[in-house]
Design a binder for this molecule. Structure first.
Ligand code: NAD
Length: 359
């Protein structure tokens, strides 16, 4: 395929990031766009010279457009599942944003369809494309820190705190988003942990909603029925332990995903706010005084997520692409955390005979 013709569905905040990534690539064309907001649709379509016929307000038509080779879905979470289903039905390669679905039941239904008719499907776990994350993955694969004992992950944002007066939106509705901080930020924490450490074994979660209602235009206040703070502890199948905190109320934190991984030979710290460096402390009997040192990430760890998607669609061997299975397993972990928070019990993530799909 010489030119890849993209169709983008959902042209809000995160679409800017995908349009930026596409602008850095050769051999791509923004062929079709879809949004329910006509003003947004037309202004972006004008900018990219998209024809009147390929400006859609229903995603089904965009997915069926024979001139669209691959779809990027960046819509509110409620629509992720339906778009994945349609792409499977029409055999369209898809980059779908996180969280994978609004609940595990939906993910399970999609898994059954996907197993019968697989498509190239990337899930938007974009932190795998932060250079520091790729670099740490390689260091872990090389066994540089020894046997991993513990991963500590905090993903903190401040924009939900009362002082920001953020009005009600789809992000505060369970029906539209599935969960709050957990699905929005926690899904990235879970993917990072699966990427670095491996599969979860059990989780024990606590969730709360600090800001319980938000303004809807001039109409009044509406109840928030999703979490804005979630924490959980986890065990992994390889015996490592994990501690996780995510909040939309962490004043002073813009977009702070910070991870510390402790092995029996050393520790590595990374944070998305410093994408090009990591801090490493490696000890040995000969060097017990070692302290943390900043290490610059080498150039070869700088990748474009959508170039990887194009290569993945073309059937090239691409390392560490977050695929369908990563979305599915991520959703399973989130469901287990929600069940744990509700019941007050630790929840096994995988049933005894559960098969982990591999695709
Ligand atoms: N990977 C990441 O780091 C990351 C970061 C931000 C957002 N996201 C994900 O991207 C998705 C979108 O988030 P956002 O911040 O861009 O939201 P947003 O509210 O800014 O934009 C959503 C857009 O979708 C449009 N839309 C709503 N319903 C639609 C429908 N049925 N058909 C077509 N268009 C529709 C809206 O009009 C809006 O323009 C979410 O799932 C979010 O979790 C991922």
């Amino acid at each position: 395929m010489s030119m890849v013709r993209f169709g983008l569905i959902g042209l809000g905040g995160m679409a800017n990031h995908h349009l930026y990534l596409l602008s850095k690539l050769q051999g791509v064309n923004i062929t079709a766009l879809c949004d329910v907001n006509l003003d947004v649709l037309n202004s972006i379509a004008d900018k990219y010279g998209v024809s009147e016929e390929q400006r859609y307000t229903d995603y089904d038509s965009l997915i069926q457009d024979p001139e669209v080779d691959a779809v990027i879905s960046i819509v509110p979470n409620k629509f992720h599942g339906k778009i994945i289903q349609l792409c499977i039905q029409y055999g369209k390669p898809l980059m779908t944003e996180k969280p994978f679905t609004v609940n595990f039941e939906e993910a399970h239904m999609l898994k059954e369809l996907f197993e019968k008719k697989p498509i190239p499907c990337m899930v938007g776990f974009s932190y795998r494309y932060i250079p520091a994350f790729r670099f740490v993955k390689q260091l872990l694969d090389e066994g540089r820190f020894g046997t991993i004992r513990h991963i500590s992950v905090n993903y903190l944002q401040q924009w939900g705190a009362e002082i920001y007066d953020v009005p009600f939106s789809w992000r505060f509705s369970k029906e539209m988003s599935g969960s709050g901080a957990l699905g929005d930020l926690g899904s990235h924490m879970i993917d990072s942990a699966r990427y670095f450490i491996g599969e979860f074994k059990a989780v024990s979660g606590m969730m709360t909603t600090f800001v319980k209602e938000r303004q809807v235009g001039d109409v009044g206040m509406r109840e928030v029925d999703v979490d804005d703070f979630t924490s959980f502890q986890a065990t992994f199948q390889n015996g490592a332990m994990g501690t996780f905190v995510t909040s939309r109320n962490a004043i002073g934190s813009g977009n702070q995903l910070e991870i510390i991984i402790y092995g029996n030979k050393g520790t590595v710290k990374l944070c998305c706010e410093q994408p090009d460096e990591v801090e490493i402390c490696l000890k040995s009997k000969e060097n017990m005084e070692a302290t943390f040192e900043k290490v610059k990430v080498p150039e070869n760890f700088y990748l474009n997520q959508l170039q990887d998607f194009i290569d993945f669609v073309a059937g090239k061997s691409v390392k560490d692409v977050p695929g369908f299975v990563d979305g599915y397993e991520n959703q399973r972990v989130m469901e287990s955390i929600m069940t744990s928070a509700k019941t007050g019990q630790t929840v096994e993530v995988h049933g005894a005979n559960e098969r982990i799909i591999n695709c």
